[in-house]
Write a protein that binds this ligand. Structure first.
Ligand code: 13P
Length: 341
């Protein structure tokens, strides 16, 4: 275990002006995105779509890393280059999602726990061989009446800590991903409260499992009102609540926080990221690990058979988020067509 190499990779991933493209959607999730693969949800169609993303010239100026799915890390570009090598040659760090999804937490109605620890040591060794440099594990927390329970938070935090320790053992940077979901009628304050409780549980367990935080990263949600609350928080309110929550719960030793977009529109996520970065400097880099907020405009072009447009849309969204990090984001640079996300 070379902690200094992992700490260096973590710093590269979270470094200024760039962020992570999450392209780790599972096969069923890809099938639910009709624009991507639709009824023709074949390995070849998924490969062709991911090839378009990864071979986009200039992507590395705003993208530091890409998270791959198990299928994708084994796939190759048309010329036979494995995807991790294609990314590495472009100056982008390849990573892998290693959890096996969520399952109901027995005895706790509507709460979920993430699976995938059995056999993980062996799977991590294989991912290292295939070229991965970081590993992600997503835990989800739902807000509702009586939820989340402390048991749900503890079970998920415990699994995150076990995976993070195994990732370190294998030489992979754990990108620890607890997500408080946006679904629900709760307000911004309730999301803040649950986010703090979730992050505290995670860092308590990481400490118990002796995970060296300097060689980890955090991916988590921004603090937002619930999607069924009817409320809309402006970017300044989101940024204040998000930075306050992080300051209560995330140790300064963590080099970076990469926000997920969580179902926000693409442009909305960029506005919020820009506002959060106006609160810099903080103890951690304030970056992004966006899936839908980077890919939604790309998918609209891909679905229409417009590959050139798809690449341009990817570069544009990546550049806008890079600018949000640098404090140079100008909303007027958004073509109105890219807005809906
Ligand atoms: P979304 O940005 O679509 O929420 O996905 C993020 C993700 O998977 C982070 O790793």
């Amino acid at each position: 275990m070379d902690l200094s190499a992992m700490a260096w990779t973590a710093e590269v991933l979270a470094g200024p002006g760039r962020g992570v493209l999450a392209a780790d959607e599972s096969t069923p999730t890809m099938g639910r995105r009709p624009a991507t693969v639709g009824p023709e949800n074949t390995a070849e169609r998924r490969r062709a779509y991911r090839q378009l993303l990864f071979s986009t010239e200039g992507l590395a100026s705003s993208i530091s890393g890409v998270t791959l799915a198990d299928e994708t890390i084994r796939q190759r570009a048309d010329d036979g280059t494995p995807f991790p090598d294609l990314l590495g040659a472009a100056g982008i760090v390849p990573g892998i999602e290693v959890d096996r999804g969520t399952t109901p937490l027995a005895g706790f109605a509507s709460e979920l726990v993430t699976e995938g620890l059995d056999g993980l040591r062996l799977r991590l060794a294989e991912y290292v061989y295939l070229g991965a440099r970081f590993a992600t594990w997503r835990a989800v927390v739902r807000i509702g009446a009586g939820r989340p329970t402390p048991t749900c938070l503890e079970a998920n935090a415990h699994a995150l800590a076990r995976y993070a320790a195994l990732a370190h053992e294998a030489g992979l940077v754990p990108v620890v991903e607890p997500e408080v979901l946006m679904e629900g009628a709760h307000d911004l304050e309730r999301c803040a409260e649950v986010t703090v409780a979730t992050l505290r549980a995670v860092y308590e367990q990481l400490s118990r499992h002796q995970v060296v935080l300097e060689a980890t990263l955090l991916t988590t949600n921004m603090v937002l009102p619930g999607s069924e609350s009817g409320a809309h928080a402006d970017p300044e309110a989101v940024a204040d609540a998000t930075v306050d929550a992080l300051r209560e719960a995330v140790p300064a030793a963590v080099p970076g926080v990469l926000f997920l977009s969580g179902g926000q529109g693409a442009v909305e996520a960029t506005h919020d990221l820009a506002a959060i970065n106006r609160r810099a400097p903080q103890p951690w880099e304030l970056s992004f690990s966006f899936g839908r907020a980077l890919q939604a405009p790309v998918l609209r072009c891909w679905a229409a058979g417009d590959e050139e447009g798809a690449r341009a849309a990817l570069l544009h969204r990546a550049a806008m988020n890079g600018a949000a990090r640098r404090g140079t984001y100008r909303p007027e640079s958004e073509p109105s067509a890219a807005g809906a996300g």
